[in-house]
Design a protein around this ligand. Structure first.
Ligand SMILES: Nc1ncnc2c1ncn2[C@@H]1O[C@H](COP(=O)(O)OP(=O)(O)OP(=O)(O)O)[C@@H](O)[C@H]1O
Ligand SMILES: [Mg+2]
Length: 223
């Protein structure tokens, strides 16, 4: 997926200006990080991409389509093309690992054989194939996070967004999670990861967009 922000601003109803004049272009197949202080606007930017929030000014163009021109009926379809990973992974503890990962497929009306195949392929990618029958409660924090990633990619999204995906994890697990994102990127998924972890970001050697008070103050690579 290709994304272009043109002078995007977001002012919440409270009057809080979360983003101002944000412009960047994320190419199809690119991987980038989004960083900045707490309250800088990172989550807001991801929410605009998913159309959870709407911008107050400027344009957001996704694969050539202006999101402002996208009718309400097309929003679910748009969201289905995006996989999202949250810091608190938002797993459901009243069902198995398998069922958690299967959720995004169930709403698409896929048949159960297809669902089984896809879910196992996603769990295999994150190294959790042996734990499909477990309750997520019985998994470590890092394993739970990987279930969240499997769920985000099970639909083969064209864009993978992650919001502080390594917040609670130790450095080794954080590096593993980042490597997973990189693997998805290598097979063609566009990836944008919001993170505070500057040391980890530097090691990944990708493009880094830095927000400060809602404005992009740096857009560059590490070398
Ligand atoms: N729903 C909302 N209503 C009003 N203000 C909001 C809302 N969501 C976020 N904000 C404000 O917008 C600004 C940007 O918030 P945002 O959550 O995008 O920051 P962030 O960079 O993700 O921060 P963090 O690193 O703490 O997650 C903050 O000042 C925040 O208080
Ligand atoms: Mg945030």
């Amino acid at each position: 997926m290709e994304i272009e922000f043109q002078n995007v601003g977001k002012k919440y109803e409270s009057g809080q200006e979360a983003l101002a004049q944000v412009s960047f272009h994320l190419q199809q197949g690119e991987m980038a990080f989004l960083t900045g202080h707490s309250g800088a606007g990172k989550s807001t930017l991801l929410k605009l991409m998913m159309m959870i929030e709407r911008q107050s000014s400027g344009r957001i163009i996704v694969d050539g389509t202006d999101l402002l021109a996208m009718g309400k009926s097309l929003i679910p379809l748009h969201r289905r093309r995006i996989g999202v990973v949250f810091q608190n992974h938002q797993l459901l503890f009243d069902r198995s690992v398998f069922d958690n990962v299967a959720l995004p497929l169930q709403v698409t009306g896929a048949d159960s054989a297809q669902i089984g195949k896809r879910v196992r392929a996603a769990l295999d990618k994150v190294g959790l194939l042996g734990k499909e029958k477990y309750n997520p409660m019985a998994l470590s924090g890092g394993e739970q996070q990987r279930v969240g990633i499997a769920r985000a990619v099970v639909n083969k999204p064209q864009l993978l967004l992650a919001d502080e995906p390594t917040g609670n994890l130790d450095p080794k697990l954080s590096a593993e999670i980042m490597n997973l994102f990189q693997e998805f990127n290598h097979v063609g998924t566009t990836v944008l990861v919001a993170s505070h972890d500057l040391a980890l970001i530097a090691r990944m050697r990708h493009r880094v967009l830095t927000l400060n008070q809602g404005r992009i103050v740096n857009d560059g690579g590490f070398n």
